[in-house]
Structure formats: C-alpha cells, structure tokens
Design a protein around this ligand. Structure first.
Ligand code: ISE
Length: 336
C-alpha cells in the first residue's frame, strides 16, 4: 500500500516537493497539503490530486496521513515536530530543524522520550551522488586522513529581507552539516571574516563572507558564502587529505562550442543543482517511512540540533568578530 503523505507548507520548497512526490516518488502519494494561506495550499494540492487544509495541525492529525513532510519556515517547525512525534508519524522536516539550539534540543528530547527515531532533516547534500562518493572515499581512507575542506557556496541573488545572519543559518548550515557528516566529527569552533562587500549586495548585507570551521578532530574547513554572485548557483567542496584531494561540484554537463566560444551551463538554483539528491532523499525516506521509521543515511534530529548549535556560534562569531566555540549538549546513547 502507498505511503500517504501530508505536506505542511506550500511555499517554493513545498511546491517543489509536491511535484516530486506526485510525479517521481514510487510507493507514495500526497493526500493533504496544509498552509495558513489556503489558496496557496489548494494550488499545490490540486496539482497532486490532494486536499488542502488551512490548519497544518489538521494534516498532522488526519487519520489518512501516514507520514509528514514539513516545508514551512523554520520558525514554526517546533510545535509541528512535537505534534508529529506525539502522534508517532515519521517526518521529513526541511532544514533548519528549528531556528535555535534550545528548541532543537527540545525536539531531540521529545523524540528520545518517545523512544523511536521519527525525525529526518532535509540536508539533501547527503544524497547528492558526488558527495556520497566523496564520503565513501573519506571513509575508506582513499585520500588518507582528511586535513582540510575548501567549500564554495554561491547563490545568484537573495530574496528581499535576507540578512547577513541568514547567510550563516540558512546557507552555511549546509556546510556545517556536510562537514560533520563527511568527517564524522563535531564542529568545535567558528570564525567569520569578510572582504569589502560586492556592489551587488543589497543595503545592509555583508556579502561575501568567509566562515572558518574547526572540527573536534582537528580538520579546518573554509567556506566562501557569496549569496549575490549574480551568475547562478554553485556549490563546491574540495577535500584535502594526506595522500590526495577530491573535488565535488566541479562544473560538468555538456561542454558547448558555439559562436566562437566554448563553455557550459551554471545551474540557476538549488532545485536544479540538487534535484537528483532531493529525489533520492525522498524515495529512500518513503521506503523507510512505510516501515514506520527514518532513513539511517539521512540527518536525524541530533544532526539538526548540532547544526543549529554551530549556526549559533557562527552568528555570534559574525557579530563579535571573535573565534567562537560551539556549545553542544552530551550526545545521548539513543543517537549514538
Ligand atoms: C536555501 O534555503 C537553501 O537551502 C539553499 O540550499 C542554499 O544554497 C541557500 O543559500 C538557502 O537560502
């Protein structure tokens, strides 16, 4: 029997996931879409032959919903997650788990008290074929011990209201998770510096910035975050090991020679760059959720909490200009 999915949040990401579930994920179908903007919910639901609700909790409580996708803004995640955990339904929650570490820890504690892994966080890079291969190489020791990660994270432009802090907890949060996952280490400290801002940066936004991460195992990670680069969406990560290097996100695809020039295309945004990763993430999650659980390869609630703690240190480092250590609770055995 198909997994019956309820989707909460009918914005850009929710709309993309509705199409994904409807058109590309097998063994699953969308039954309900909840958004306080019910017209928006209806638009998204109509395309997937689902019903629309204006109250997200009506979706969580519906008897015909086996599993949930949360794609609403991070600030409203906590009560939704707590309700889903209480009902005992598996949930794939878009990043961030919640916007701050205290509330993320409450989610972790609620899940632990329930005694069952139900929460998966949408850090989709863990499903990108190139990142998966890099992870395999690092785990196998092909490059020797990892020493450095050089990361580049560029967006074409920012939506109105995007702040310098959001560059950390909305964007660099991906590198925090990627570094933790690739290296199997926690983030120990974060520093932030920046050059003069691009003229394309909206008033008040410091863009680009360079975030430096120290891990508990002594690896140094540098991240260029540049969210108004103008030319497209680009995410790269070069791992430097004792015996070699490996680069993820080198431009690939058809190389075109035309009109006296040669080159290729840059993806426009994360939906194209990570489309395959999102599909893979959802297909695997649907399989695990049919058994009532989550995909062990995915980020769980603890990973969402650890990323939130790193973001807090990052935002503090940005404000004070000082190297800032990450404060992390002890990891419960439940999340070993
Ligand atoms: C956005 O929310 C994402 O998750 C994208 O992957 C990231 O590149 C972008 O900077 C964020 O705003």
């Amino acid at each position: 029997q198909d997994l019956r999915i309820g989707l909460i949040g009918a914005g850009k990401m929710g709309a993309d996931h509705a199409v994904r579930i409807h058109e590309r994920i097998s063994g699953a179908r969308l039954v309900a879409v909840g958004d306080p903007d019910v017209d928006r919910a209806r638009q998204v639901a109509d395309g997937a032959a689902a019903r629309a609700e204006h109250d997200p909790f009506a979706v969580i409580d519906a008897s015909d919903v086996d599993a949930l996708v949360i794609a609403s803004p991070g600030v409203v995640h906590e009560p939704l997650l707590l309700a889903a955990i209480e009902r005992g339904v598996p949930v794939l929650c878009e990043k961030p788990l919640t916007p701050d570490s205290k509330s993320s820890l409450r989610v972790v504690e609620a899940e632990e008290a329930r005694g069952k892994h139900l929460v998966q966080v949408g850090f989709m890079r863990r499903f990108d074929p190139e990142y998966v291969e890099l992870k395999r190489m690092l785990d196998a020791g092909d490059l020797g011990r990892a020493l450095l990660l050089h990361c580049v994270h560029r967006n074409a432009s920012t939506p109105p209201g995007f702040t310098s802090q959001m560059m950390i907890f909305d964007s660099v949060v991906h590198e925090f998770d990627t570094a933790r996952w690739l290296l199997d280490q926690e983030i120990a400290a974060v520093s932030v510096r920046w050059p003069r801002s691009s003229a394309a940066a909206p008033e008040g936004l410091i863009d680009p910035q360079v975030v430096t991460v120290e891990t508990t195992g002594g690896v140094l990670v540098d991240v260029e975050i540049f969210v108004n680069c103008g030319f497209g969406y680009q995410v790269r990560c070069e791992a430097v090991g004792e015996h070699g290097t490996a680069l993820v996100g080198a431009d690939s695809g058809p190389v075109v020679h035309h009109g006296g020039r040669w080159g290729g295309n840059v993806t426009a945004d994360f939906r194209d760059r990570f489309g395959t990763a999102f599909d893979q993430e959802f297909q695997r999650w649907a399989g695990a959720a049919r058994q009532g659980g989550v995909d062990p390869a995915a980020a769980g609630a603890w990973d969402g909490y650890a990323a939130a703690a790193a973001c807090e240190a990052g935002v503090l480092a940005q404000t004070t200009g000082a190297r800032t250590e990450v404060e992390l609770a002890d990891r419960p055995g439940f999340y070993a």
